[in-house]
Write a protein that binds this ligand. Sequence first.
Ligand code: FAD
Length: 404
Amino acid sequence: MKKPNVVILGAGYGGLMTTVRLQELVGINEASITLVNKNDYHYETTWLHEASAGTLHHDRVRYPISDVIDRNKVKFVKDTVVKIVPDEKKVLMKNGELTYDYLVIALGFESETFGIKGLKEYAFSISNVNAARQIREHIEYQFATYNTEEEKRDERLTIVVGGAGFTGIEFLGELVNRVPELCREYDIDPHKVRIICVEAAPTALPGFDPELVEYAVNQLERKGVEFKIGTAIKECTPEGIIVAKGDDIEEIKAGTVVWAAGVRGSHVIDESGFEAMRGRIKVDPFLRVPGHEDIFVVGDCSLVINEETNRPYPPTAQIAMQEGELCAKNLAVLIRQQGELQPFRPDIKGTVCSLGEDDAIGVVFGKKIWGTKASFMKKMIDNRALYLIGGPSLVMKKGKFKFF
Ligand code: FAD
């Protein structure tokens, strides 16, 4: 019998977890496994705010995919997926095409600008290693240029963060630690620097415990962040942003605008004609595309409804990894034609949001934590993600061990 061809698209949390678990579960003679990814490295998306602020070097957040896959069992293809043609069981890439018997879509997220004028053109987004590196270098360039110009333009030292959700707050936490270093490095008076966070919702970190939100906002304000809550970004221009609170319109001149207020699934989902909401496919209980039982979706391209709230689970690395584990098990069932497919039941252990190197807030196993305890927990979560994919050797190579 012909070995089934399993093709996995994307080597983020979801795709890489599917790959490493599947290579453990099935033998060389049972299936051909191909993993496709844009780059030959995996990056820890949940660390990108650190690389963007410059508090962690971008090489620390990535590692070669070859470090964690078994080359005897998995063929790696470095290419960019352009489109999936389900009727022909084909994947079209920039430099070739692949056919599959089973497909796993794990292409992750992209920035969603909700049609706000100018954001795509003039704002940065924390979306991958190169984007993070560009943000870090852009901010550094603004600081480096400030003192070399005859006519000082204070707006060079204004950084606007659009969105006080998880990503926005984590980025601000790093920025408030990085800015004093930049001021020392480039002989800049720290009072000249403005870090402004604009959030349209009536609170920062919507959905988080209010007491913890207050803690986070106070900590960040104490370190210099100005929050503009209940304020919407109307437009981004080469000079900065235009915001509105009720009828009040304000222009904020800024050298750097980082948009951290929206994500969507990969555009490849739309290109391929799947029914989706902002690039996210509502999967069946076994993580398959309805009507396409040979296609699984994991991570930020999948949409799973939380039956308790009747709302979609937010896209997280935690869910992407759990989906990857289950997807590998379900693929093994199909490959062996033995056993039964298992439905996806997320096991949400908690959420921890960092506020810089040594501070954080979170709810873990139902308990509220903050400060250094939460920060320690955050690093343990980061190390655990490495362990689950690459075992102790990856933790030793890339782990975070500076706890206090
Ligand atoms: P990704 O991890 O985004 O991986 C997608 C992969 O596909 C990448 O390797 C990419 O290069 C590749 N790819 C994309 N398009 C193509 C293409 N066309 N062709 C080939 N390859 C392609 N979640 C948490 O649970 N906890 C946190 O603390 C947390 N913090 C976060 C902090 C930040 C700054 C950000 C941005 C996100 C954070 N998240 C967090 C969310 C989490 O990172 C995502 O939910 C998670 O990365 C989704 O995993 P994924 O496998 O779907 O996609």
